[in-house]
Write a protein that binds this ligand. Structure first.
Ligand code: HAM
Length: 423
């Protein structure tokens, strides 16, 4: 019996020549370390929440009429009859944790970040998986536009730090739920006579979540949407002022953006600012996105608290870096790979290895007992700086032959000086 990874999933493996970036664990470590570092600089602390949450939390927070809940959640019932859902995104669980742990009693503003897998039952393709990973951040307790600008700056700063340039920030506001009710009425009245000309998907959205019609990628819908009423005409003054201030902060920070009045995003929890970050090399697949969700904490049982955040797709970052030909950092390998020639040398290498490791030297040894050539190949595969060759002659003299794997130069080094020679 042969098993393959489940559809839409993949394994992340040690680096090897020709391996896709998305499957290279060293690159994941680099991405994650970069995100942790920028979050630390911006004053965000890590939060880790379960990968499954109650069915109701996820379904209600994301929204029953959204594509994610309608088509993509992995829902299951436990042996104990609990209805659970694998998290399709990070925000709902973080809000639940914020409320369960009463984090709002600890400080007025909470800045949280997370990195982890999410699960959506999607049609798999390049850049779209059933298990994908996001790096996300949530800023809770601040309603002012400077919080919106900070969160967008953090996302952009992360990409810039990795060397990804040529990105577009698409920006819109979806106002308050109250102003949206009026807008959705107008939108539905406009759409109803046009339904026969619209795609099947937009007919479904008309019935379930009319606002999402604006986000259609179907050419027939896009052509019709030109005449749709505009959300911005329905915004109250405070929402408009908030949006104007967010834009002016972004300009002050030197962060360019494109206003996109049709950007509505796929979650019911958004209020006011929404944004998406795109890279030309990924087509219409967003690198990341986020927005404000001022009613969400209250909706999951906490005190009324404003919030804003984002989630960045990590597979997509790696794909974009690969597509744009950005150089990945060199992964650091071992300082030394020990190559014993013969049984006595093997025994000596076991204790030498232990001694070098206790002295802080990153090293490994051959366990195959094969030819010198094979041992040196292993040294290369492990990106070892030096091969340490030990045979009967060396043993008798208390020395080792140290071979520089780059220059191929060899020198004889007394065993007691070995760790000094391996730098
Ligand atoms: P989202 O736009 O659904 O937002 O996901 C964020 C990012 O995750 C996307 O832009 C994309 O890069 C990546 N992503 C989503 N689905 C997949 C998939 N199937 N395969 C590969 N990558 C994917 C959220 O999830 C919100 N929770 C963001 C947020 C946080 N809003 C406020 N706070």
């Amino acid at each position: 019996m042969r098993y393959a990874p489940p559809k839409g999933t993949y394994d992340i493996l040690p680096s090897a020549p020709g391996r896709d970036a998305v499957q290279n664990s060293a690159l994941w470590q680099w991405l994650e370390a970069s995100f942790r570092e920028i979050c630390r600089q911006y004053g965000y602390a890590e939060i880790r929440t379960p990968i499954f949450e109650s069915h109701d939390l996820i379904h209600r927070s994301v929204g029953e009429g959204t594509d994610i809940v309608a088509k993509e959640t992995f829902d299951f019932v436990t042996k104990g009859n609990d209805a659970l859902t694998l998290r399709p995104e990070g925000t709902a669980g973080v809000m639940r944790a914020y409320v369960s742990n009463r984090l709002y009693t600890e400080r007025p503003v909470s800045k949280l970040y997370y990195i982890g897998p999410n699960f959506r039952y999607e049609r798999p393709q390049k850049g779209r998986y059933r298990q994908h990973h996001q790096a996300g951040a949530e800023l809770l307790g601040a309603s002012g536009p400077e919080a919106d600008a900070e969160v967008i700056a953090l996302a952009c700063g992360f990409y810039a730090r990795l060397g990804l340039t040529d990105l577009k920030v698409k920006l819109n506001t979806v106002g308050t739920p109250e102003s949206r009710v009026e807008y959705v009425k107008a939108l539905r009245a406009w759409a109803e006579p046009l339904l026969p000309q619209m795609s099947g998907e937009n007919n479904r959205r008309f019935a379930q979540n009319a606002l999402r019609m604006l986000d259609s990628k179907e050419p027939q819908d896009i052509a019709l949407l030109v005449t749709a009423p505009s959300l911005s005409d329905y915004l109250d003054e405070a929402s408009q002022a908030h949006f104007t201030a967010v834009k002016s902060y972004l300009t002050t920070m030197g962060l360019p953006y494109d206003e996109d009045p049709r950007l509505v995003r796929g979650f019911d929890y958004y209020t006011h600012t929404v944004f998406e970050i795109q890279s030309g090399v990924l087509g219409d697949k967003a690198l990341g996105g986020g927005g404000r969700y001022n009613g969400l904490i209250e909706a999951v049982g906490g005190p009324a608290t404003p919030g804003i955040g984002f989630g960045l797709g990590l597979e997509r970052v790696l794909l974009a870096l690969e597509e744009t030909g950005v150089a990945f950092p060199k992964t650091s390998g071992l300082a030394a790979f020990l190559c014993p020639l013969g049984e006595a040398a093997r025994v000596a290498c076991v204790s030498l290895l232990a001694r070098l490791r206790s002295e802080g030297v990153a090293c490994d040894m051959d366990y195959t007992g094969r030819r010198m050539k094979v041992m040196l190949e292993q040294a290369d595969q492990n990106q070892a700086r030096f091969a340490v060759i030990l045979g009967d002659d060396e043993l008798a003299q208390g020395v080792a032959t140290v071979r520089d794997m780059l220059t191929k130069a060899q020198e004889t080094v007394p065993l007691e000086n070995l760790s000094k020679a391996l730098v």
